[in-house]
Design a protein. Structure first.
Length: 255
């Protein structure tokens, strides 16, 4: 059987490829396992960021309907186990200490949309389309889509996306603030790699800590978040990395 996943280690960052292009990169157990294994390497110092990319001209069509058809007669606990494999991947992306960037060409549908929403940065070609297509099949958005859209968008907008299941263009996603970079068709991966290179040369500990603070911000009381920021800032201020960078800024200012 042909592998549906490929890991590509570059100079300081890693690209995690979905290679199921014959099915518009529908999600698969092979892909789940590959992403989980790839992100498990996040503690390696030479890996500053991860990029989710796909072969072919479509990022991800979501769950494979043929597989969903096979699972519908399983007991509900078995169905839950299958869905939780996707949720394991979503949680791994959110909890990964290094930034995860999605590079979207063509579009992302269903759980594929959930996948990109879980990433820290989203780069998409201007002609890409996004949709939560679950409702069209009588299904429910999973992969954290209702949480992420519900916390990021006005209620009416999130409801429109989730309840109607209509495609929405990358420009509109960008205007909503869900998209980090809008590119020409074919340029999403290159732009994502440029962002990854910024993380490679950036302050690794600070980047990891900032991601952690952003992840906890919505569920943490303000005063608690302030305490966490205070501790993190005090810790960073004493680091060698900050010492060198502050001195470099001051030296540049004197010139």
């Amino acid at each position: 059987m042909t592998a549906l996943f490929r890991l590509d280690e570059r100079d300081g960052y890693t690209i995690l490829w979905n290679t199921n292009s014959v099915r518009r990169n529908a999600l698969s157990e092979d892909y789940y396992q590959g992403v989980l294994s790839g992100l498990a390497q996040a503690d390696k110092k030479e890996t500053a960021a991860f990029i989710l990319a796909s072969e072919g001209n479509y990022f991800c069509s979501g769950g494979d309907l043929n597989r969903l058809k096979e699972r519908r007669d399983l007991p509900i606990e078995k169905r839950r186990q299958k869905i939780n494999r996707l949720h394991d991947v979503i949680k791994a992306i959110r909890h990964c200490p290094k930034p995860v960037i999605a590079a979207v060409e063509g579009g992302a549908a269903g759980a594929g949309f959930s996948l990109v929403l879980a990433c820290d940065l989203l780069v998409a070609a201007h002609d890409a389309k996004f949709l939560l297509s679950h409702v069209r099949a009588g299904l429910i958005p999973d992969g954290g889509a209702t949480h992420m859209l519900g916390n990021s968008l006005p209620r009416a907008t999130a409801s429109q996306i989730a309840l109607l299941g209509r495609p929405i263009g990358a420009k509109k996603i960008y205007d909503f603030g869900l998209l980090s970079e809008l590119t020409e068709a074919g340029d999403a991966l290159g732009t994502a790699e440029n962002l990854a290179r910024e993380f490679v040369t950036g302050p690794q500990h600070a980047i990891t800590t900032i991601k952690s603070l952003l992840n906890s911000a919505r569920s943490t009381p303000f005063d608690v978040q302030l305490d966490q920021e205070c501790h993190a800032m005090a810790d960073a201020l004493g680091s060698e990395d900050a010492r060198q960078r502050i001195d470099a800024f001051l030296l540049k200012g004197r010139k």
